[in-house]
Design a protein around this ligand. Structure first.
Ligand SMILES: [Fe+2]
Length: 224
């Protein structure tokens, strides 16, 4: 429910061949459904919802033509809460996951002031909010008041499976384990950007320790 496989619209897949290659690997790893979520970030990735939907349909038909037996079940976005977010809220066009969830991300380096207000406004407009890869933000640790506040606000957490294999380093790996073990994570995503990620994903899928951790918890992915 989180990957970057629309070619050339963000820092994900560079071309259609790469997107198809990643989808093949996802299928081989055992995935049957995929929701693609390109970045919407001001000013770095000035994507437009209609254009992204058009490109998604192109990926979908190319995947069928290539005989890749994986279900592309939706197009959504990974929306950065940034200086352009107020504008998005004013004229909401969010591409949602499962028709109701808006996937958001924060800056990896610092907390944006007013972030919680933006989340509150999204919720007021009827969207459920999913925070992408909470383990990747150094300022968000288990037991911190910041985390408590987000959970009290009803924000769902989506961890990256690759974090559990140490793909982003030791600290995110540790935080991901702690969050999942504490029952704070409702969803899992791959955040696949390219073939390197897809290869790492097949490695982590064979990791017994990761498997054991995930077996103990229930996630909402099957409901999407
Ligand atoms: Fe992402």
């Amino acid at each position: 429910m989180h990957c970057h496989l629309i070619p050339q619209v963000d820092d994900g897949s560079k071309c259609m061949e790469e997107s198809l290659e990643c989808l093949k690997t996802l299928k081989a790893v055992g995935y049957s459904k995929v929701i693609i979520t390109p970045h919407f970030q001001h000013p770095r990735f000035p994507n437009d919802e209609d254009d992204i939907t058009r490109r998604y349909n192109e990926v979908k038909s190319q995947a069928v033509a290539a005989g890749i037996d994986i279900d592309l079940t939706g197009i959504a976005g990974e929306y950065r809460i940034d200086n352009g977010f107020a504008q998005r809220l004013e004229h909401p066009r969010f591409l949602q996951i499962g028709g109701k969830y808006v996937l958001v991300e924060f800056s990896l380096h610092q907390q944006m002031p007013g972030c919680d207000q933006f989340i509150f406004e999204l919720q007021t407009k009827g969207y459920d909010v999913i925070l992408a890869h909470p383990e990747r933000y150094p300022y968000l640790t288990v037991g911190s008041s910041r985390m408590e506040q987000l959970k009290n606000q009803g924000v769902l957490f989506q961890s990256n499976i690759l974090s559990l294999g140490g793909f982003y380093g030791e600290e995110p790996r540790r935080r991901a384990y702690a969050m999942i073990e504490s029952g704070l994570v409702e969803l899992l995503g791959t955040d696949t950007h390219n073939t390197l990620y897809a290869k790492a994903l097949s490695d982590v899928s064979c990791d017994r320790k990761v498997e054991k951790l995930l077996e103990k918890h229930t996630f909402l992915n099957n409901t999407l």
